[in-house]
Design a protein around this ligand. Structure first.
Ligand code: GUN
Ligand code: ZN
Length: 428
């Protein structure tokens, strides 16, 4: 048992999705939140919580929003060291930068070094939960889970399975992918705050036999997430059509092998046919918008407005290291800019929702994380609304909390993250 901690500031708690009802009224702002034994216990006025918990430790953050920690539902922690690699599009970027780096993760010590670096960097930008691809080496999965476990972070990770169109040092086989994934899943899934995701990289790097084997594994463990990439670049889609000539489209490839459904998390999903969107929605799959990556690698503009309008489950992710920032603030800004190009300005509440509870929903964790509500796990951040002179002079003239937040979304970085709590424990 730990003692109760009271944290005061502008504590933001979503009441409903700002995409379903008016964004301005989608959240309540409370003065104070009480946290005990890793969980949020109560929200309310300072006076009320002080009287309920007279012995509590108190921390006050003036001019800060207290929010749920950011959730980043599509990242590649092994690509930390190759972020901001110049001048390539997807397939060339993979072969030139990504695969040579991923080969290094056969060494547990290297994997552990980068896992620590990745988790440190993501924490300083206020990201408390991630769903990551590892490499094809089981060492890379063990190293990541071990580090996350030490920090008591709620994370999802999986061994990336590939048995063709990749360097030999990164290729497994259909049988090894099934066996290794199953062993890792049995070892790590549900241990503390850790979850396993079955992870075929994408259709071009798996044989039909491997996709089939991983589809069988998912049927055995349907409660597990399954993550992969989908319809990111036009060349990639044409390649998938060549490799799987009997499939109607990219989504059909996954569906054929039992790799489409609820608990499926599909990164990018930019260039979709209408039939594919219907199948994604009707099977309750989740799609992940990766705006900094989609612009950086030149993939295209994700049609968020249509996807939300159709009722798709959408999250927002950095896609490190294809993405160009660890920060979900920068990722929100990029999503805003892309939506502006498409004639749909996103409200700050919608951006924040996508980076917290929306992304938690894609990982099927929205009953545990992504919001500040009683019984939720106390993964939270204190976000300074005046972290730099330019942000401070803009937010000072704001007429609402959303207007005060927006300059931090557009201009903020790690300097805006004053504190991060993992399961109620301060970490910065
Ligand atoms: N498609 C297959 N692998 C990858 C990857 O590592 N990053 C991105 N952005 N797309 C991919
Ligand atoms: Zn990715």
């Amino acid at each position: 048992m730990t003692s109760t901690r009271l944290i005061s500031g502008h504590v933001l708690s979503f009441k409903h999705s700002p995409f379903d009802q008016h964004p301005e009224t989608s959240a309540d702002i409370h003065e104070c939140v009480a946290v005990k034994d890793g969980y949020i216990v109560k929200l309310g006025s300072k006076k009320k919580l002080h009287s309920l918990f007279p012995d509590a430790q108190v921390s006050h953050y003036s001019n800060h929003l207290i929010l749920a920690g950011f959730v980043d539902p599509h990242v590649h922690y092994p690509q930390t060291a190759i972020i901001a690699s110049w001048g390539k599009r997807l397939i060339d970027w993979l072969t030139t930068y990504t695969f040579p780096e991923e080969i290094k993760f056969q060494d547990y010590e290297y994997a552990s070094l980068i896992a620590k670096r990745y988790l440190n960097l993501s924490l300083t930008v206020g990201t408390t939960t991630v769903c990551t691809y590892c490499t094809s080496h089981t060492e890379s999965v063990d190293a990541f889970f071990f580090e996350a476990q030490k920090r008591n972070q709620r994370v999802v990770a999986g061994k990336t399975c590939m048995d063709r169109n990749a360097p030999e040092q990164l290729c497994d086989t259909a049988v090894a992918a099934y066996d290794d994934s199953k062993r890792l899943l049995d070892q790590w899934h549900g241990i503390g705050r850790l979850s396993y995701a079955i992870t075929p990289r994408f259709a071009p790097t798996s044989t039909p036999e491997q996709l089939d084997a991983l589809g069988s594994l998912w049927r055995e463990y349907p409660h597990c997430l399954m993550q992969t990439h989908l319809c990111e670049q036009l060349d990639e889609i044409a390649w998938v059509q060549e490799l799987f000539p009997n499939s109607r489209d990219y989504v059909d490839v996954y569906e054929h092998f039992g790799l489409l459904g609820k608990n499926g998390v599909y990164g990018h999903a930019i260039h979709l046919e209408e039939r594919e969107r219907v199948r994604l929605r009707d099977t309750n799959a989740a799609v992940i918008h990766c705006p900094t990556s989609n612009t950086f690698i030149g993939s295209g503009l994700f049609d968020l407005s249509t996807m939300i309008h159709e009722g798709q489950c959408v999250g927002l992710a950095s896609d490190i290291g294809g993405g160009s920032s660890f920060s979900q603030l920068r990722t929100m800004a990029s999503a805003y800019e892309i939506a502006q190009l498409q004639g749909h300005p996103l409200h700050p509440a919608q951006l924040l929702w996508l980076a917290t509870i929306g992304s938690a929903t894609t990982l099927r964790m929205d009953d545990k994380i992504g919001n500040i509500l009683p019984h939720y796990e106390a993964d939270m951040i204190a976000l300074n609304l005046a972290s730099t002179p330019v942000i401070a002079q803009r937010s000072r003239h704001a007429n609402s909390i959303w207007e005060a937040l927006f300059p931090t979304i557009m201009l903020g970085d790690d300097r805006a993250i004053t504190q991060v709590w993992i399961a109620g424990k301060p970490c910065l």
